[in-house]
Design a protein around this ligand. Structure first.
Ligand code: MG
Length: 158
């Protein structure tokens, strides 16, 4: 059996007048993430980890933000397409572990719904998707609520 690890990282800016989408679900908040797509920073980090583990470049390479077809796109579609790319290469997901850094809103109550959503989109067991939420103790851009960042680590096997 061949196993491959991948790391993903992403940041999006928090602004007024946008919906907040994280982990494939909409979360009630006064600010939302700015981006060409729905700016779901958690899914983008996860896609980059998946692509990295398969040595298939990054999310911007496959889904360029200059392409009109991806304007305001639901990031779950990008995740589904990313899964198809890695499955085409013969890989399966062993597990994924994700950390989201946000001062507000509190994300822990939403973690079960995010896990369920991601597992469905990816066609994997919920047990194989871990999502963790942390603040950065009011430090840095996440602490000042200027943005949200996410890290993802994925193990693939074939
Ligand atoms: Mg992004």
């Amino acid at each position: 059996m061949k196993i491959r690890v991948g790391l993903g990282f992403d940041v999006h800016r928090l602004v007024e007048g946008r919906e907040l989408w994280l982990g494939g679900i909409r979360i009630e908040h006064s600010l939302g993430l700015l981006g060409h797509s729905d700016a779901d920073v958690l899914i983008h980090a996860l896609c980059d980890a998946l692509l990295g583990a398969a040595n298939m470049r990054d999310i911007g390479y496959h889904f360029p933000d200059t392409a009109g077809e991806y304007k305001n796109i639901d990031s779950k579609i990008l995740l589904r397409e990313t899964m198809a790319l890695i499955r085409d290469k013969g890989f399966q997901v062993a597990n994924a572990d994700i950390t989201v850094c946000a001062e507000r809103p509190k994300l822990n109550p939403h973690v079960p719904a995010m896990k369920k959503c991601l597992a469905e989109v990816m066609g994997v067991d919920e047990e194989d998707i871990s999502i963790k939420a942390t603040t950065t103790e009011k430090l840095g851009f996440t602490g000042r609520e200027e943005g949200i960042s996410a890290y993802a680590v994925v193990l693939l096997q074939k």
